[in-house]
Design a protein around this ligand. Structure first.
Ligand code: B12
Ligand code: SF4
Length: 461
């Protein structure tokens, strides 16, 4: 039996073909969900994983599979449906899973034969059995799985073309930010894999650099932190020689021992969601956690950087509490916190989130010609009616934010600071220039947007 597992691309995300430039290896990330699905698949299935970010395939000329599995974030959904159409034309059954199919199951069912909702571990064997016997059901509802039952991903597949391997050690997030799909999909209960299994799987990864995909590797409570320390100790003990990056919350700064262990275990950089420069913004998105204990962001970032870790700070613009000038305000906040890299995104109502429910009920979803418009749900485009901004005004805010933070003057200022403190000046320079370039590329794609859809900011809400 032959199985194709496909990760559809979205040209607007500009994850370009690696043949165009070898630097692009650093911008494509492995579709871990598909590698894991392969790990769940019995040996008698011959598996091919296609990541369309590495280049498109002519599926009609490839050997005909018995089943096709497609994954998709929301931003990939319309391409996923096109791929399904191609395979239907060849008479092949298509099953879709992942976050978008889970949150928009009815829509997905109009395009594919079966949908797996939620985590696949509890149902994938049944799907394969049913496909083999030509009696595929329409919906298979996966449950939150005990993470001891998650097998290792097939790291031997998709071996070429990426700079980073990837691994997952926890699922779920105890916080529940209004714009985020994680708690809706993986739940608020923080589940973790047995540490010995994580170490065994890390050993299987060939790449020296690894992305730990956990939404919050350290968690928020003392028991979560204790588990993170235990994990880091085990990585140090295993002496695997890996460098890794991860996502954490700002409380990482509060524990010197945790920082010390993380660095010894190979941590090179952390991605932190600051979300908003104002307390009103943090309250609006439901992330008051960031303000607990009278947090001083500049001091917190400094404490992390003292351990020679790179800090990427993420902010969202377009909140109801944001006023004109938010672009400069975010750039200024990011500079004053001292982050090495700024990742500014537009507030985007993703299906399944509290933000989606709120905006839908207020008739504020502006990019709503679905499924075509899903391609704009990359967080790099405006998609809603914003309280104080038309789309073109919000794009101007983004331009002024990136233009300020990534001006050559500010980049060199940051690099000089890194040089002075002996904190990876070259890495900082390369990543800053790459973000600068990326924001220029994104700006070029803005003219694809039909800005007339939202010409005025409205304060009706
Ligand atoms: C790593 C990551 C990335 C990587 C991508 C790696 C990749 N290609 O997969 C990068 C950094 C590139 C990225 C980019 C983006 N991401 Co991202 N990302 C993640 C993250 C943190 C982990 C993904 C992961 O590997 N999970 C581990 C695997 C094992 O879980 P899984 O993919 O869900 O797979 C399980 C099930 O879903 C199911 N399944 C999945 N696919 C399939 C397919 C079939 C056929 C079946 C049966 C089952 C099945 O089985 C798996 C096992 O249970 C998730 C958060 C999360 N917890 O998932 C966000 C997340 C997926 N990203 C998100 C977003 C918004 C984005 C961006 C749009 C914006 C951005 N700037 O971050 C871009 C868009 C990229 C694009 N191509 O369009 C949102 C998606 C929400 C949504 N509705 O789309 C998430 C949920 C984060 C969030 N805070 O809400 N991301
Ligand atoms: S944005 Fe981060 S902290 Fe907030 S719910 Fe999502 S994963 Fe958790």
């Amino acid at each position: 039996m032959r199985l194709y597992l496909i990760n559809p691309y979205n040209p607007l995300v500009s994850l370009a073909n690696i043949k165009e430039s070898r630097w692009n290896r650093y911008r494509v990330w492995k579709p871990l969900g598909l590698l894991l699905l392969a790990g769940l698949t019995p040996k008698d299935w011959e598996i091919t994983i296609v990541d369309e970010n590495l280049g498109l395939k002519d599926y009609a000329t490839m050997p005909r599979p018995d089943l096709v599995g497609i994954t998709a974030f929301t931003s990939q959904a319309n391409r996923a449906y096109d791929v399904a159409k191609e395979f239907h034309a060849l008479g092949v059954a298509v099953v879709m899973g992942g976050i978008h199919a889970t949150m928009c199951c009815q829509e997905a069912l109009e395009h594919v034969d079966s949908v797996v909702t939620g985590e696949a571990e509890s149902v994938w064997a049944q799907v394969l059995d049913d496909a083999r016997n030509r009696r595929l059901g329409r919906v298979y509802a996966g449950e939150h799985v005990d993470m001891a039952k998650v097998p290792p991903a097939r790291h031997d597949l998709l071996a070429e073309g990426y700079a980073f391997g990837s691994i997952q050690t926890t699922r779920g997030c105890p916080l529940s930010c209004s714009f985020c799909s994680v708690s809706a999909f993986n739940g608020r209960h923080y589940r973790h894999r047995p540490i010995a299994q994580v170490i065994d799987e890390l050993r299987m990864i060939r790449e020296k650099w690894v992305l730990i995909v956990d939404d919050n590797l350290i968690g928020t409570s003392p028991s979560h932190i204790a588990r993170a320390k235990e994990l880091f100790r085990a990585i140090i003990e295993a002496d695997l020689g890996k460098n890794w990056i991860c996502q954490v919350t700002i409380n990482m700064a509060d524990d010197e021992e945790l920082l010390d262990l993380a660095v010894q275990a190979g941590c090179q950089g952390v991605f932190i969601g600051f979300e908003s420069p104002t307390p009103q913004g943090l309250a609006e998105v439901g992330k008051k956690f960031n303000l607990l204990k009278g947090r001083n962001f500049r001091q917190s970032v400094k404490r992390i950087q003292k351990h020679n870790l790179l800090v990427v700070g993420s902010f969202i613009m377009g909140l109801d509490s944001d006023k004109p000038g938010i672009g400069r305000q975010i750039a200024r906040a990011a500079s004053s916190y001292g982050v090495d890299i700024l990742n500014a995104l537009f507030l985007t109502p993703l299906p399944g989130t509290r933000l989606w429910d709120q905006m839908k009920s207020q008739d504020r979803i502006a990019a709503n010609d679905f499924p075509e418009d899903w391609r704009y749900y990359t967080l790099g485009f405006p998609t809603a009616h914003y309280k104080h901004f038309s789309w073109s005004a919000l794009l101007d805010e983004m331009n002024s934010c990136d233009g300020r933070f990534y001006s050559l003057r500010h980049i060199f200022h940051r690099m000089a600071g890194s040089l002075l403190r002996r904190r990876r000046p070259m890495l900082s320079l390369v990543t800053n220039l790459s973000y600068r370039n990326n924001s220029r590329l994104t700006r070029r794609t803005y003219n694809l947007l039909n800005l007339d859809r939202c010409t005025v900011g409205s304060n009706e809400w």
